[in-house]
Design a protein around this ligand. Sequence first.
Ligand SMILES: [Zn+2]
Length: 310
Amino acid sequence: MTGVWVSIVKCILKVKVAGTNLVSLFKREVGNGMDIRLWLDPWACNDTLKERFPILFQKDKDKKVCVADGFCWESNKLLGGDINFAPWLRDDTNGEGTSLLQLLDGKQLSGTNDRWIWSRSKDSTFSVKLVKEWLNCDKDYSNRQVFKWCKWVPRKCNIFMWRVGLDRIPTLAALNTRNCRFGSLLCGMCDQHEESVGHLLLECEVAMEFWQKIGDWCKVSPLFFFSTTNLFKAHNVEGLGIKEKSVLKGIVFITCWCIWKARNDLRFANITINVDRIFNDIRSIGFLWYRNRGKHRSIMWNDWCGFNLR
Ligand SMILES: [Zn+2]
């Protein structure tokens, strides 16, 4: 083999999961034995016979002999590929011959063609999905943050939150690390701390005013967040039903989005931040989206403002 196939084969040979080589999971199933190489293909056991019985392999001069020619199934005799191999094996005293014959005892040829099988599936069939499962079987994803969309808020809010989770919001601190510098890095809302996504949405005194109001409105204990990851778990409050959790999740998303919008209005249009006005916006936008996008037409404004969703 030359060229690209050499690279592909070299790549496959390197793939190993939990000490098991990918190649060792492919096996040959004997049919008529015409397409399986006696010494070089894995068919009688998990290894090749070349690896399991190196002395015998070395003695046989025809290394590529097929199973149908190298083994006599009627007499259960190993013939090998070379004419001198069988007589040599008769006088063999190293024990490999006996072990090999025991291994091959009971194996039968059939009229069907030889085929490749994937040893990790129940019915031996191969699929890319099974290889993918095998490649991931020793990986632990329990700490991975999986972002779940909120269905009743629009994509722009969901995408914004997805970017928050990845720390991909263009705050002044984030831009600064990417060599985009615009003078002071201080948060425009409080003028005290560096503007990072964590500060802007969680720690800034203005943001905390919003979370205080949201907590009161949704009748949950004061909302405090220590990292952006907490934002995605904020709705998992004990005592809330599925509906309330879904609404609270959406409200958290809308609040973050509105804080970012207010920050942009302040920075680019010099519109001062009025917490009460923005909080009212969050409630009315939330009502509009939940009622129409979430298809909860029966909900009334007073119930929404009192967080009575049952
Ligand atoms: Zn601030």
